[in-house]
Design a protein around this ligand. Structure first.
Ligand SMILES: [Zn+2]
Ligand SMILES: [Zn+2]
Length: 343
């Protein structure tokens, strides 16, 4: 029985191109009690692999967090399989605004301690005592209210390319950092203001809202389904879209355009730009914003040093990389001394 990927990303890419079939990029999450995450993980892998589903899925005792690419022709079977799992029946599926057949090239289902690396000790507060979930219409009303404080629960590289008007966008690398900063900044308004929060697809707010209630905030609201579901609703119901720019996403697309506003700048020349790239030097892989002109001039690298390495023969690059840890991949997203225009 096949329980893991057998194809490389390159082989998969070729297969997807050859098939020429439309794929849907979908995400969903559900907090639920899962007794044996490993068995559940294998169950998902076997069924989804059969349906040619790709993506990155985290399974834990506390639930599931999934980002997927599903062939459109298999969507019905995929949905039927989800509905056959008690706690996933009719789970809200966030369907990407901009589709890309290559958003994911492997099926990776991983068992983790938690479905979001939030750094919280869940035993220290009641995680089920969440904020009030609001839809796009109610959210639009709330954020016009002068008693509202609107907070973006995402990290700096996400809010940099797009966020709601008048939102507080903490300059943080991790979710845990933003929780503390926001609590400190808003300490005087725990009772008199409405704390309204949002994130990409809603999952981070599930814990954050409960955490803030535990910390004494009286009026806590969260955007149901995050920016993805908000955008779907404003489009369907013809509501005013109060988001500006792009929604950062965690797949090959890196971002999906919500409005035409370009609110960020190329980190190398300062010109208006909101395209995230990863430095082409594999030993660096820094995530940063780069315009087309700089991409050409720098051979898609973040620095002259990386460009020099990237242009060496591949075997030589591999020799240089040996034994070194690529810390940028995890911790240093979009921060580097070499990027002149990164705040
Ligand atoms: Zn540039
Ligand atoms: Zn680099």
């Amino acid at each position: 029985m096949q329980l893991y990927n057998t194809l490389s990303a390159k082989e998969r890419e070729a297969l997807i191109e050859e098939a020429g079939l439309e794929r849907l990029t979908i995400s969903f999450y559900q907090y639920a009690r899962i007794g044996n995450p490993s068995i559940f993980r294998n169950h998902l892998f076997i069924h989804w692999n059969e349906l040619d589903v790709l993506g990155r899925i985290y399974v834990a005792h506390e639930g599931i967090n999934a980002q997927l690419s599903v062939p459109a022709v298999n969507f019905k079977s995929f949905k039927a399989h989800l509905d056959s799992i008690t706690f996933l029946e009719n789970v809200r599926l966030n369907i990407a605004i901009e589709q890309d057949n290559k958003s994911f090239l492997k099926l990776k289902v991983k068992v983790r301690e938690k479905i979001v690396a939030d750094g919280l000790n869940d035993a220290s507060f009641d995680v089920t005592n969440k904020g009030i979930h609001v839809d796009a219409k109610k959210f639009n009303e709330l954020i016009e209210d002068s008693d509202t404080i609107l907070v973006d629960m995402r990290n700096h590289y996400e809010s940099e390319i797009g966020h709601f008007k008048n939102a507080i966008t903490p300059d943080v690398d991790t979710f845990r950092d933003s929780l503390d900063i926001i609590e400190k900044d808003l300490a005087d308004h725990k009772e008199d203001k409405k704390l309204v929060m949002y994130c990409t697809g809603g999952i981070r707010c599930e814990k954050a809202s409960a955490y803030y209630k535990h910390k004494g905030f009286k009026n806590v609201y969260q955007l149901e389904g995050g920016i993805i579901e908000y955008t779907r609703q404003v489009n369907n119901l013809n509501l005013e879209n109060k988001f500006l720019g792009k929604n950062f996403v965690f797949d090959h697309r890196r971002g999906e355009r919500i409005t035409d506003d370009v609110i960020a700048h190329c980190h190398q020349c300062g010109n208006p730009c909101d395209n995230h790239v990863n430095c082409a030097n594999e030993a660096c892989h820094l995530l940063f914003i780069q315009c087309d002109a700089c991409a050409e001039a720098m051979n898609q690298c973040c620095s002259v040093e990386c460009k020099d390495i990237h242009e060496l023969p591949y075997e030589e690059q591999k020799r240089l990389r040996k034994g070194k840890v690529v810390s940028n991949k995890i911790f240093k997203k979009g921060r580097s001394e070499v990027l002149k225009y990164k705040k």
